[in-house]
Design a protein around this ligand. Structure first.
Ligand code: ADP
Ligand code: ZN
Ligand code: ZN
Length: 748
């Protein structure tokens, strides 16, 4: 039997994650010495025994074998949360392709870099009579400061340190002296910064509808029988999903378990947090990117100590070190922000399910527009599917108008507002109701379309929109195909064919011009750069300080605006032709979510969807609120072109300041992938596409190229990645070039 070796971290803190020590694994410990296990090892010259976690196991000694010490013992304590998180890190590394160090840094919280605030109290250290004796002495010596402090302490027995210092005006040295004499003590109690400010708590609880109660009962029943599962709740916006989550959470907590609730950052508003706070009080904590590192670390400590039961936050909250985790909820599970953009490029949904397995927790996914991945899993029985059919109470789904922008051109209306939209905007302004105008800019990279017939220029190989470049060519960012930009529409011959572009700023200007009396607010990347600006704009609009809110996808979620009765989607096509195979799915989601903003109260809502492609199934099915119809069409498309979830894609990015280097690297990788798959006899099972310039071809002066490898077998793609990693490590051609792997990318 060959000797095995373990890399061990003896200090599990963020700064020291890359400092590992290698030990040999004695044969009798081979079974226990797995990744994540807590080992006792002899350390340093004196060989004192210390504990450490195993983060890697291999057959290769890193130096002379006789110098490598053996592990002394494995502590069998399956409950240690660090062990679970290290196992999770290893799984992330294996599944999403990153270094173990990047994976560990993702799951282990950053230790605070700022000092925690302390609440200090000054107290008498001696009985009162004794203190009075001292007091007499100090009076005699005319020690005014000491006298004042002692007099106060005899009266109060404990006073806040800051009060002593600033209100009683006692010098620091005076306090220190009395402490030295043993007359007083200073007690420090660590204050955990709690980002939630206490508000009046009123536990108003709704009475669940039959539909809601049915879901709650089924999930709780399984949970109590110790059945752990992944559930998908498909329910339109406003159908009461959050109430369902809260009811289930309450039951899980009652059993002494803890809960992680993931919410996209953008939806993590004051309103959402307050709903949870009202129900669960300060047993909840929140995590968001606006918290300082110290505040975040404190939240982790509180979770570890068992001071909280529920952690609410974005992707990173998934790694909250709860030792008795019972449930993970992912709200709006279709959101792209659940996929990490940095290595390890993990998807929170997959990691949540894995963490659930390691920690014996169930997972609930919720969405009005489930991702194709999740819905497919639900249909195939991997997840349990529940549906909430109707909105709560009096609010009904809005009436939806689809406007064909090609017709507008025929009617000589060159404005970005269709005749229908203009008419309805004016109507709402007269009635003092509110309007949201939505323009989607995400993923939009200058697709070229005909304003007369709606024809869009696409890659003949990939069925992805071609992107206009300054040099007069159109380019496919998947396979590198290019052609000259047309001067006439190849479909109808019209000269009105060009790259499409309308920004939020431009829309705001147009609104002001067309509706001079209206008060307008704009929300996009530019107007939300400051810390609380996002919240401020939304509250201003909620308070009726404006009639029209113009914005990007940011305005689609978050607040409830009861006075909004009209939503205008100015160019539904923008997201439809993003250079990305998920474009139709994203369009469906955006339209459904945007429509969900209209008519949230007793006032009925209307939605106007403007499009050059009104017959496109994304737009049609969104307007008919027909998710299943959309799913079937889109799935057929993915099957046909072998896009996820019908198959898997491994995206490989090469990036370098030197364009030539990045391109050469991409060519070498593509060549190596072709050679290796041929050699292994698996070239039939994968399709290797590219290299081509990335859709973000140059960022911060760094050139970027992509290779895509498609295949039905995920493990096969992982094997190819492993091979390529080795190939890259042993070749000098990749110096000065960054290579990143991304499985089933969401943002390219
Ligand atoms: P979703 O999360 O699906 O968008 P919410 O849970 O936010 O839906 O519910 C929408 C609104 O309806 C909220 O204001 C919520 O308080 C209210 N609501 C939910 N369920 C009920 C119920 N059973 N009875 C009364 N109001 C409810
Ligand atoms: Zn045309
Ligand atoms: Zn192509």
């Amino acid at each position: 039997m060959t000797m095995k070796y373990a890399d061990i971290i003896v200090d599990i803190s963020h700064e020291n994650l890359d400092r590992t020590y290698q030990y040999s694994i004695p044969v009798e410990l081979a079974e226990q010495a797995v990744i994540g296990a807590l080992a006792v090892v002899p350390f340093g010259k004196g060989n004192r025994l210390i504990k450490g976690y195993i983060v890697q196991v291999s057959n290769v000694p890193k130096w002379r074998e006789d110098l490598i010490k053996p592990i002394y013992q494995i502590v069998d304590d399956g409950l240690v949360i660090e062990s679970q998180l290290i196992q999770l890190a290893y799984w992330i590394k294996e599944t999403f392709g990153s270094t173990m160090n990047d994976a560990l840094k993702t799951v282990i919280p950053v230790k605070k870099s700022v000092k925690a605030k302390e609440k200090k109290t000054v107290k008498l250290a001696v009985p009162t009579e004794k203190a009075s004796e001292h007091l007499k002495l100090f009076k005699a010596k005319n020690n005014k400061g000491r006298v004042r402090l002692l007099e106060e302490l005899i009266e109060e027995d404990a006073i806040d340190y800051d009060v002593v210092l600033h209100k009683l005006n006692i010098a620091r040295t005076t306090i220190q002296d009395l402490e030295k004499f043993g007359i007083i003590t200073i007690e420090a109690e660590r204050l955990y910064r709690n980002p939630i400010q206490k508000d009046a708590m009123d536990k108003e609880q709704v009475h669940l509808t039959e539909e809601q109660q049915g879901i709650v009962d089924s999930i709780i029943k399984e949970y109590r029988k110790n059945i752990r599962n992944t559930y998908l709740i498909h329910g339109v916006t406003g159908s009461g999903k959050t109430e369902v989550y809260m009811e289930i959470i309450a039951d899980v907590i009652k059993q002494g378990k803890q809960v992680i609730m993931l919410i996209p950052e953008i939806a993590l508003t004051y309103q959402t947090v307050m709903r949870f706070y009202k129900r669960f009080g300060d047993r909840i904590s929140i995590m968001n990117s606006r918290l300082s590192q110290g505040e975040r670390y404190d939240q982790y400590l509180r979770a570890k100590k068992g001071d909280i039961d529920i952690m609410i936050g974005p992707r990173s909250a998934l790694f909250t070190p709860f030792s008795n985790l019972g449930l993970i909820i992912i709200d709006e599970e279709h959101e792209g922000t659940y996929k990490s953009e940095n290595p390890p490029k993990y998807h929170a949904r997959e990691v949540a399910i894995k963490r659930g397995q390691l920690s014996d927790a169930s997972v609930i996914l919720g969405s009005a527009t489930p991702s194709l991945e999740s819905y497919k899993n639900a249909i195939e029985g991997k997840y349990k599917l529940f549906t909430l059919q109707s909105r709560i109470g009096k609010s009904i789904m809005p009436k939806i108008w689809i406007v064909d922008l090609r017709e507008e051109l025929k009617k000589r209306n060159k404005s970005i507002f269709s005749i229908k939209l203009k008419e309805l905007v004016e109507d709402r302004l007269r009635k003092n109701q509110q309007i949201m105008l939505f323009i989607n800019r995400r993923g939009y990279a200058g697709f070229v379309s005909c304003r007369s017939c709606g024809h869009v220029m696409k890659c003949p190989h990939c069925d992805i929109s071609l992107t206009a470049h300054n040099n007069g060519t159109l380019l496919c960012h998947y396979c590198g195909y290019s052609e000259k930009a047309p001067v006439k529409c190849p479909s109808c011959g019209s000269p009105y064919i060009a790259a499409f572009g309308t920004g939020t700023q431009k829309v705001e200007d147009m609104v002001k011009k067309e509706f001079p009396g209206a008060r307008v607010l704009r929300m996009d990347m530019d107007t939300t750069k400051n810390k609380d600006s996002h919240e401020k704009i939304l509250s201003a609009f909620a308070n009726g300080e404006a009639d029209i809110l113009v914005g990007t996808q940011m305005i689609v979620k978050g607040h409830d605006f009861p006075m909004v009765t009209l939503v205008g989607i100015l160019a539904a096509d923008l997201s439809l032709y993003a250079a990305d195979y998920r474009a139709s799915e994203r369009t469906y989601q955006l339209l459904a979510q945007a429509s969900g903003r209209a008519g949230r109260s007793h006032l009925p809502g209307e939605v106007v969807i403007q499009s050059y492609q009104p017959d496109h199934y994304s737009i049609k099915s969104a307007s008919e609120d027909d998710y299943l119809g959309f799913y079937k069409q889109e799935m057929a498309y993915r099957e046909l072109l072998k896009y996820p979830p019908a198959a898997h894609i491994l995206a490989i990015l090469t990036a370098s300041k030197d364009e030539n280097k990045a391109l050469t690297a991409a060519e070498l990788i593509s060549g190596a992938a072709n050679d290796w798959t041929a050699k292994e006899g698996i070239s039939e099972e994968v399709v290797i596409i590219g290299p081509a310039a990335a859709s973000l071809a140059k960022a911060n002066d760094i050139y970027r190229f992509m290779i895509y490898i498609k295949g039905s077998d995920y493990d096969l793609l992982v094997a190819i990645k492993d091979y390529l990693e080795g190939y890259i490590n042993y070749s000098e051609h990749f110096n000065g070039c960054n290579v990143q792997f991304d499985f089933n990318p969401m943002n390219s």
